[in-house]
Design a protein around this ligand. Structure first.
Ligand SMILES: Cc1cc2nc3c(=O)[nH]c(=O)nc-3n(C[C@H](O)[C@H](O)[C@H](O)COP(=O)(O)OP(=O)(O)OC[C@H]3O[C@@H](n4cnc5c(N)ncnc54)[C@H](O)[C@@H]3O)c2cc1C
Length: 326
C-alpha cells in the first residue's frame, strides 16, 4: 500500500536536516531523500574538517560536528530517511506528488527542495571491474572502519579527505599506501606533515591504472605518470577519494522559474508548482545569501507553508520549541 507523507524533503544537507527537525516538531509525517549514503551535503562532502565561524551559539564548529549535532537533534522525531536514492522524476496522481528515485516511488502531499548545488555522487576512476568490486573491495565512503582491521589498504587521492582517512586508518589497517598523481599533496599542510611523519607509504606521482583481479580482488596496478612504468601492489581494499560531482538534473527540467540556476521562490518559499517549496542554496529571491543560517531561517517558513497545504483543515499555529517538551 502507498504510504503518503505530509512533507518529503529532497536533500539532507544542513538545511534539509533542519527542515526535517522543524517538521518533526510540528508533528508532520516527514521523509528525507538523499542521493548519498550519508547526510550533511556540502559540509560532509566538501569540507568536513573545516571550522565554521558564523553559526550563532557556536564560537566555532567543525562542519562534520555541526552535522552530527543536527542528526542528534533530529533523533527525537520519527523522520524516515532514504539514503542512496536520487530523485529522478516528479509526477502527480491527483493531489499527491510521486517522486521516482533509482530505487522506488515515494508519495507525498508536499515537497521541500533542499537540493543545494545538486545531487552529489563520488567521482569514480572508471577502471574495468570497478563496479563489480564496489563495496566489497572498492570504496568511495567508509561506513565501518572495522572492515579494514589488519588489511592492506590503498588510498587513491591527494586531498584532505584521502589523507584524513589514511591517518584515521593507520592504526587499524595492516598497511596503508596513498597513491597520488602529483608530487605534492593538496591537503592542509599540517595533515601532509602528519602523514609524512607516519608509517604511511606515499606513492607519487602515480595513478591507478587497473585493478588486479582473478575472480577475486588481488590488488591494484599503478603507473608512474612520467616514466609510464607500471607496478603491482597487493592489497585487500582500494579507497577512492577523487572528490564528488554534483548534478542538478532533473530538477532543472521541472516547471520552475530559474534565476542563475536557482529556483525563484515567493516570500513563503513556494515555487511555481503549488505544493513544492525550495530552501537553502537552491532557493533564489531578492537579497538571498548562500549561508547555512539563512537556510536554517527559511526551513520553518517552508514547513509551515507546506503544512497549510498538507493539512488544510487543521488549525496549525507555530509553537515555541521551549514549551514543546515540558
Ligand atoms: C568550502 C566551503 C566552505 C563553506 N563555508 C561556509 C561557512 O563558513 N558558513 C556558511 O554559512 N556557509 C558556508 N558554506 C556554504 C554552505 O555549505 C551552504 O550554504 C550549505 O551547505 C547549503 O546547504 P543546503 O542544505 O542548502 O545544500 P547542500 O549542503 O548542498 O546539500 C544538498 C543535498 O541535497 C542532495 N541532493 C541534491 N539533489 C538531489 C536529488 N535529486 N535526490 C536526492 N538528493 C539530492 C545532495 O546530495 C546534498 O547532500 C561553505 C561552502 C563551501 C563549499
Amino acid at each position: 500500500m502507498k504510504e503518503i507523507y505530509d512533507i518529503t524533503i529532497i536533500g539532507a544537507g544542513p538545511v534539509g536536516l533542519y527542515a526535517a527537525i522543524y517538521a518533526g516538531m510540528r508533528k508532520a509525517k516527514t521523509k528525507v531523500i538523499e542521493s548519498l549514503s550519508e547526510v550533511g551535503g556540502q559540509l560532509t562532502t566538501l569540507y568536513p574538517e573545516k571550522y565554521i565561524y558564523d553559526v550563532p551559539g557556536f564560537p566555532k564548529v567543525q562542519a562534520r560536528e555541526l552535522i552530527d549535532h543536527l542528526v542528534e537533534q533530529g533523533k527525537s522525531f520519527d523522520t524516515t530517511f532514504c539514503l542512496n536514492e536520487k530523485v529522478e522524476n516528479l509526477s502527480k496522481e491527483g493531489e499527491i506528488f510521486c517522486l521516482k528515485t533509482n530505487k522506488e516511488t515515494h508519495y507525498t502531499k508536499t515537497v521541500i527542495l533542499a537540493v543545494g548545488k545538486g545531487a552529489f555522487t563520488p567521482r569514480k576512476i572508471g577502471l574495468e571491474n570497478e563496479e563489480v568490486f564496489h563495496q566489497k573491495n572498492v570504496h568511495y565512503h567508509i561506513k565501518d572502519m572495522s572492515q579494514f582491521h589488519e588489511k592492506n589498504v590503498v588510498i587513491a587521492g591527494g586531498g584532505d579527505s584521502a589523507l584524513d582517512w589514511a591517518l584515521m586508518l593507520k592504526d587499524i589497517a595492516k598497511s596503508i599506501s596513498v597513491v597520488h598523481r602529483r608530487e605534492k599533496f593538496r591537503a592542509h599542510e599540517a595533515t601532509v606533515e602528519r602523514v609524512e611523519n607516519s608509517e604511511i607509504k606515499l606513492l607519487t606521482p602515480f595513478t591507478i591504472s587497473s585493478l588486479v583481479t582473478n575472480e577475486q580482488f588481488d590488488g591494484v596496478e599503478i603507473m608512474h605518470t612520467k616514466t609510464k612504468e607500471k607496478e603491482k601492489i597487493e592489497c585487500d581494499h582500494l579507497l577512492i577519494h577523487y572528490g564528488f560531482t554534483s548534478d542538478i538534473s532533473p530538477i532543472d527540467e521541472w516547471d520552475f522559474t530559474f534565476e542563475r540556476q536557482k529556483i525563484k521562490v515567493a516570500e513563503d518559499l513556494s515555487t511555481d508548482i503549488k505544493g513544492i517549496f525550495a530552501i537553502g542554496d537552491i532557493a533564489s529571491y531578492k537579497g538571498k545569501i548562500e549561508q547555512i543560517t539563512i537556510g536554517f531561517g527559511e526551513a520553518p517558513r517552508a514547513v509551515c507553508s507546506a503544512l497549510s497545504i498538507a493539512r488544510p483543515d487543521e488549525k496549525l499555529r507555530p509553537v515555541q520549541s521551549s514549551s514543546l517538551f515540558e
